[in-house]
Design a protein around this ligand. Structure first.
Ligand SMILES: Cc1cc2nc3c(=O)[nH]c(=O)nc-3n(C[C@H](O)[C@H](O)[C@H](O)COP(=O)(O)O)c2cc1C
Length: 271
């Protein structure tokens, strides 16, 4: 579970986070770097199977895009590389959960971020990091102060992905009628709905019961680059933060495919 003191800042960050692809070129401050470093090896048992590395050198080489200037991220002061241990059964969800925690924390510090799983130079990241045989780089994020204006390429990506659009809650939820949802459950689901996903596919569904929410992966995924369960790890973090920001404490259990995990609420206290 996310440490209690991080719930409120991360909840607020959910509503201001967006993918930032143009930065002002300045280095990231020491204090922010220090805070982010504390999260790199994980902040919860759910992060097991993933880790992250923060690089203050070489951000531009890693983020220089794939084809010409498509996907190019400009002016980032640092980069965080997300690594999964593929021998761990939950590596995809763990990488999403860990990565989004780091991204929301950076957002809470006023930094811009952007999940990047496709449009970066993997070989440049690989060259700078020692990986074990079962580890693989799954994505990166730039870190830095957002620039005043976005490049034309970034605007194209944002428009193609329809980045601001989110599916309505009604199409994402199954299970009991909304009037039987526990207090705080709607807010938790709204926070989940705002989660970023590769190409903004939002490949998740929520089975809502009076005592739990079941997260299920839906759709074909963006394989081989981004498995749906990576996106689902991201949405799990948003769901938990949203629930706990509204007093809905609970615990996670991983489930068999195509289900991902369920968040079971603690029993309601006496009114
Ligand atoms: C796992 C993952 C991989 C992504 N990969 C890329 C990428 O390779 N290049 C890119 O420009 N954006 C990438 N994105 C950013 C998404 O396009 C973006 O999150 C989505 O359109 C929603 O927009 P928002 O983050 O501004 O809310 C990725 C996002 C996620 C979650």
């Amino acid at each position: 579970m996310v440490p209690r003191h991080l719930i409120d800042p991360w909840y607020r960050a959910i509503f201001v986070r967006r993918s930032v692809r143009a930065y002002d070129g300045r280095p990231v401050g020491r204090e922010a770097i220090g805070e982010i470093r504390e999260l790199l090896d994980g902040f919860s048992p759910l992060c097991e199977g993933a880790r992250a590395v923060l690089l203050e050198e070489g951000a531009q080489e890693i983020l220089s895009g794939t084809v010409g200037s498509i996907g190019k991220i400009q002016g980032a002061g640092a980069v965080v590389v997300f690594i999964a241990d593929k021998s761990h059964p939950q590596w995809q969800a763990a990488a999403g959960y860990l990565g989004e925690g780091i991204i929301l924390h950076a957002t809470s510090l006023g930094l811009g971020t952007c999940w990047v799983a496709g449009t970066y130079k993997r070989s440049e990241a690989r060259r700078r990091i020692a990986l074990s045989v079962s580890e693989s780089i799954v994505a990166v994020t730039p870190l830095g102060r957002p620039a005043a204006a976005e490049s034309a390429g970034a605007q194209v990506i944002r428009a193609v992905a329809g980045s601001h659009n989110r599916k309505p809650l009604e199409t994402l939820t199954r299970g009991v009628a909304a009037d039987q949802w526990r207090l705080g459950c709607r807010e938790a689901l709204e926070a989940a709905r705002l989660a970023p996903s590769a190409a903004n596919r939002q490949p998740w569904q929520f089975g809502v019961m009076p005592d739990r929410v079941v997260v299920r992966a839906s759709g074909p995924g963006l394989m081989p680059v981004v498995p749906n369960r990576l996106d689902c790890g991201i949405v799990m973090l948003h769901l938990e933060v949203g629930a706990r920001a509204h007093g809905l404490e609970g615990s996670w259990t991983f489930l068999q495919r195509p289900l991902v995990a369920e968040y079971v609420f603690e029993p309601a206290g006496d009114p």
